[in-house]
Design a protein around this ligand. Structure first.
Ligand code: SF4
Ligand code: SF4
Length: 288
């Protein structure tokens, strides 16, 4: 089974529109939206949710005041300054600051600290006009987005197997942090979407380094290449240096925004950019 992860060094490069377009062009791909902090693929594919479940990302500590002997050990041991001592003899934990490490629970001599799993998001299996999709949403401030990303990928692969699909298309998170690492580890290939700006080159280099570190084959797509052809050439050269190939140049198409507002992928109309995306898809040579 092939798993292609579409990523970019930062948000707003057209990654999700491209993923939706590839989903439309693929005949039987299973889709996964791993941008769990800002899952936008659903905005373009209007999923009908078939199954929904809570995601428990970690644990939070809380003190049972009736059992607390006010020894102050938890305040001493917490490296995250999450334990408060608002008045003499009273201790409490700031849930927002608690990192769920469990140290206070271990050291509390009175066993007065509860350590309950915390629901920090949800994941869903949906049906879309391009096939089945696994997606998720982390609650604001929710912990463990990397764990949720891994869960989405795992569910997507399971569903692909069950449906007999040989391709999983993943809309990855932006950046190069933990959620991105969780979205690319073990993937067959990453497709990096970038734009011809100085920041675009820099961001692309960072994600290509990441892909190289994990020995994942990488391809590059330059979105809006024609707004700065010179910079696009620089991108091509920088990509080649890392062993990545440029599989697509997408022109600037002002019609894309209007299609996004209508909840449609760029290839769903006879737009100029649709031809570029079809060429890119052919160059990816995906066996389905
Ligand atoms: S679980 Fe860890 S972070 Fe949370 S209050 Fe206890 S020691 Fe601090
Ligand atoms: S370590 Fe336990 S008993 Fe001591 S102050 Fe903290 S919660 Fe209370």
């Amino acid at each position: 089974m092939d798993e292609i992860v579409i990523i970019s060094g930062k948000g707003g490069t057209g990654k999700t529109s491209l993923t939706a377009s590839l989903a439309f062009l693929a005949r039987s791909a299973l889709l996964a939206d791993c941008d769990v902090d800002a899952p936008n693929l659903a905005l373009l594919l209007a999923p009908e949710v078939l199954e929904r479940a809570s995601f428990t990302g970690g644990r939070k500590a809380s003190i049972r005041s009736r059992d607390c002997t006010a020894c102050g050990r938890c305040l001493e041991e917490c490296r995250f300054d999450a334990v408060r001592n608002p008045e003499p003899g009273r201790y409490a934990i700031d849930g927002g600051a608690c990192e769920g490490c469990g140290v206070c629970v271990r050291f509390c001599p009175a066993e007065a600290i509860d350590f309950e799993p915390e629901v920090s998001g949800e994941w869903m299996i949906s049906s879309t006009r391009c096939g089945s999709m696994v997606h998720a949403r982390l609650h604001p401030g929710g912990e463990n987005s990397g764990k949720l990303v891994s869960l989405v990928r795992q569910k997507a692969r399971q569903l692909a197997e069950a449906e007999g699909s040989h391709l999983v298309l993943v809309d990855g998170p932006p950046g190069v942090g933990c959620p991105v690492i969780a979205s690319v580890t073990g993937a067959s290939r990453v497709l990096v979407v970038t734009e011809p700006t100085v920041a675009g080159v820099h961001d692309m280099e960072r994600v290509l380094q990441l892909a190289r570190h994990f020995t994942i084959p990488a391809s590059v797509c330059v979105n809006k290449w024609d707004i700065n052809p010179e910079m696009s050439e620089r991108i091509e050269a920088a990509a080649a240096k890392t062993g990545a190939d440029v599989v697509g140049h997408l022109r600037y198409d002002p019609g894309v925004t209007a299609m996004q507002m209508e909840g449609r992928a760029p290839v769903e109309a006879a737009t100029p950019i649709a031809e570029d995306i079809r060429r890119l898809w052919a160059r990816l040579e995906v066996a389905e």
